[in-house]
Design a protein around this ligand. Structure first.
Ligand code: C2E
Ligand code: MG
Ligand code: MG
Ligand code: MG
Length: 284
């Protein structure tokens, strides 16, 4: 019986594995095709003042216009791109397209944040390569902010700190993304050259439950900490008026979220002498 059970389990496992391998290989091939055929596109989500809605900047978020599967989000493919070693090439393409798009958008002088993975921060020539790319795009480096996650810091915080210092010397700022969900440590926070800190959506969401929750106290503590360290705060994933009002009341001045604006391609904002946005291009 035990043997039978064992065999069954093995078959099940085998089947799952085989299925995944095929999926992975298919997706790998499609990713390669996508790079060659320009199927990646940056979408831009506004980062706004919470008191008047003024757009201060944009976060660039990658989208894949897949010929058959439709518009794909990073969760659908970033993990596989990482595993098969294609994330670097995809990110560089994304950086290039994002900088170009923002350089061509001259309404105000919004900043732009880019999601930079741990891989880049550990590579010695990342700053030189980025600077060269930004220079070619015509975007002033002072309008660029690199978003890094706490996860990127774990392996080699000293190396990441050195890279962020070098970026800062060129005018490129740094933001700590998804703050509160990772391995936050006060000991490194003050030693990093951070311009911004982004409070994760998980905390913002809890604000709907009233002001007497532990999340509210955590948000208040993060705001106090940021103030003490002279770091600006962006609240992520604001979906309701209750969240916006609560954040504002606690002294949070900036945020992003569906309430304030969905991620959209830059061409959608370049009205009216550009083609109108086709319906369906906005995210649900
Ligand atoms: P993130 O950097 O934390 O980006 C915020 C995510 O929250 C985005 O998801 C955004 O569309 C979503 N979001 C914004 N406002 C709201 C809201 O009000 N409600 C909800 N429920 N969600 C909201 P997205 O675009 O699917 O990106 C997921 C993650 O993928 C990003 O998380 C980022 O870590 C990563 N990512 C995005 N673009 C790139 C890229 O170009 N390269 C790499 N390596 N990673 C990327
Ligand atoms: Mg981000
Ligand atoms: Mg985030
Ligand atoms: Mg997040």
């Amino acid at each position: 019986r035990a043997k039978e059970k064992g065999r069954k389990r093995f078959e099940l496992f085998d089947e799952t594995l085989a299925k995944n391998v095929v999926d992975v290989l298919t997706l790998e091939g499609e990713l390669r095709h996508a790079l060659l055929h320009d199927e990646f596109e940056p979408y831009f989500q506004p980062i706004c003042r919470l008191d008047g809605g003024q757009v201060l900047g944009y976060e660039a978020l990658i989208r894949w216009n897949h010929p058959r599967r439709g518009l794909l989000k990073p969760d659908d493919f970033i993990k596989i791109a990482q595993d098969c070693g294609m994330i670097e090439a995809i990110d560089w393409r994304m950086f290039e397209l994002s900088c170009r798009a923002l350089a061509g958008y001259d309404e105000g002088e919004p900043f732009m944040t880019l999601n930079v993975s741990a891989l880049h921060l550990g590579s010695a020539d990342f700053d030189a390569r980025l600077l060269e790319l930004v220079g070619r795009s015509g975007l002033p480096p002072g309008r660029l902010i690199a978003e890094v996650t706490e996860g990127a810091l774990i392996e080699n915080p000293e190396r990441v700190r050195a890279m962020l210092e070098r970026l800062r010397s060129f005018g490129v700022g740094a933001a700590l993304d998804d703050f509160g969900t990772g391995y936050s440590s006060l000991s490194y926070l003050h030693s990093l050259p951070l311009r911004m800190l982004k409070i994760d959506r998980a905390f913002v969401c809890e604000l709907n439950k009233g002001s007497n929750t532990s999340s509210t106290r955590v948000v208040a503590a993060i705001l106090a900490l940021a103030r003490a360290l002279d770091i600006q705060v962006i609240a992520e994933g604001i979906e309701t008026e209750v969240e916006r009002a609560a954040l504002l009341a606690m002294g949070c001045e900036m945020g992003q979220g569906y309430l304030l604006g969905h991620p959209e391609p830059m061409r959608a904002r370049l009205a009216p002498h550009h083609p109108p946005v086709p319906t369906g291009s906005l995210e649900a």
